[in-house]
Structure formats: C-alpha cells, structure tokens
Design a protein around this ligand. Structure first.
Ligand code: MD6
Ligand code: FE
Length: 213
C-alpha cells in the first residue's frame, strides 16, 4: 500500500517524467467507447493469442485501425490484417482517437495521431505480465491507455525488469498517458479480481492507442 498516492490529485498524477494518470478522464465517453468495442469485436472477435514461447495469453485481444498488434509463434508484430479473419482490422471508432488525442494533449503531447488500437479484455484471473511496449517504429509518440469496467491493479515498474513495480488502481474511465523518458517503462496488470461492474459486469476492457508506424 502507498497511502501517499491516495492523497494526491488523481485527475492529473505524474507517475514519472512524461507519464500521467488522468483519473476519470474518459468517464463521459465511456458509453461511446464501449459501443465502439462492440462494433470492433463484431468484425474482429476477441481471441487469446499465443506467445512466441507457445503459451496462450490469459487476456483476450483484438485491434482496430490501420495497424494491429499480434503475437504468435512467429513473434510480436503489427499487421494490416486480422490473421484470424484475413480481413483488414476494423476502422478505429472516431471516439477512440478523439479521446486519445485529448488525453495526450492534457499530458503535454500535442497532435497525437494513433494508427493502432489494441483492445484487451480481462476476465477474473487474467493478467498481463511485466513488459515494455517496444514494437512501435516511432517511439517519439506517447501511448494512451483507457480503462473500462472492473478495476485492476496496474504495475508500474522502471526502465529495467529488476525494479520492483509500484501498484496503483485503474478504474472505469481512467486514462494513462506515457511517452518521452517513460516511453519504455516496464508495466503490467496483476491478476484481475472478480467483481460485478455496473456497466461491464464481470469484465475489464483496456484500449491502448499507439502510433505504430
Ligand atoms: C492494460 N496496458 O491496462 C494493459 N501498454 O490492460 C498496457 O499494457 C499498456 O496501459 C502500454 C501503454 C499503456 C498501457
Ligand atoms: Fe503495454
């Protein structure tokens, strides 16, 4: 527990240089974001991808926008097409890019133009182990993450895997923006606790918007 975190202003909390938690930033747009997820998953359904090491991820994923992040036995990469359907990834719903641009600006990153949005779906028990987001060509752009549904414990590490991560809660409507000196910070999501969210029931969703190319 880090009681000092609770005393701070969650509406714009600097986690590290260049990295901000914007608590409740997307609350007003949450319904539009969830409608967007429904449209995306109707075209490219959620699926549990395989890691290069051959394990099935506990988080189910899909994508929208011109580029989509995938993992398989062949490694991590961005593709134009959904390997499951063979079709292009569905278009990015307007609300996704619009909220992401505003969040990026609030954190000091002007003119963010995402070309990829990874959509994560967590059921209780799912987790995302500590990782860096480093498959994007253009590391000068930030990443914007939007959380919906059940709360989760976000693990915020350091520039190496060895640093013990801080733990902070991400709630429905929260945004996290990071770039600059924090762009390659190790991070993850701890095992999701079960719950019953008023809007998403037993699920948590996370959108991460990137400039991949
Ligand atoms: C999640 N997020 O919140 C996992 N990556 O479900 C991420 O892995 C992540 O939140 C890069 C930037 C922001 C993120
Ligand atoms: Fe990540």
């Amino acid at each position: 527990m880090q009681p000092d975190l609770f005393a701070e202003d969650r509406s714009r909390l600097e986690l590290d240089p260049g990295a901000f938690l914007l608590g409740g930033f997307a609350l007003e747009e949450a319904a539009a974001l969830l409608e967007g997820i429904e449209v995306v998953q109707a075209a490219s359904p959620f699926r549990q991808m395989e890691t290069p090491g051959g394990r099935s991820m506990s988080v189910a994923m899909t994508n929208c926008g011109p580029a989509g992040w995938t993992t398989s036995r062949r490694g991590y990469r961005y593709t134009d097409r959904d390997p499951e359907t063979g079709a292009l990834w569905p278009a990015m719903p307007k609300a996704f890019a619009e909220v992401a641009r505003r969040a990026a600006a609030e954190a000091g990153y002007a003119a963010f133009e995402p070309d990829a949005c990874l959509v994560n779906r967590y059921e209780p028990g799912a987790r995302l182990s500590l990782h860096q987001d480093r498959d994007e060509v253009d590391k000068s752009a930030p990443i914007v993450s939007l959380s919906l549904g059940l709360p989760a414990v976000f693990l915020w590490g350091g520039q190496t895997r060895r640093e013990r991560p801080r733990r902070l809660m991400l709630h429905h409507g929260d945004a996290v923006v990071w770039g600059g000196p924090s762009r390659l910070t190790f991070h993850g999501i701890d095992i999701l606790a079960s719950g019953d969210h008023a809007v998403t029931g037993p699920l948590r969703y996370n959108l991460t918007l990137r400039k991949a190319r």
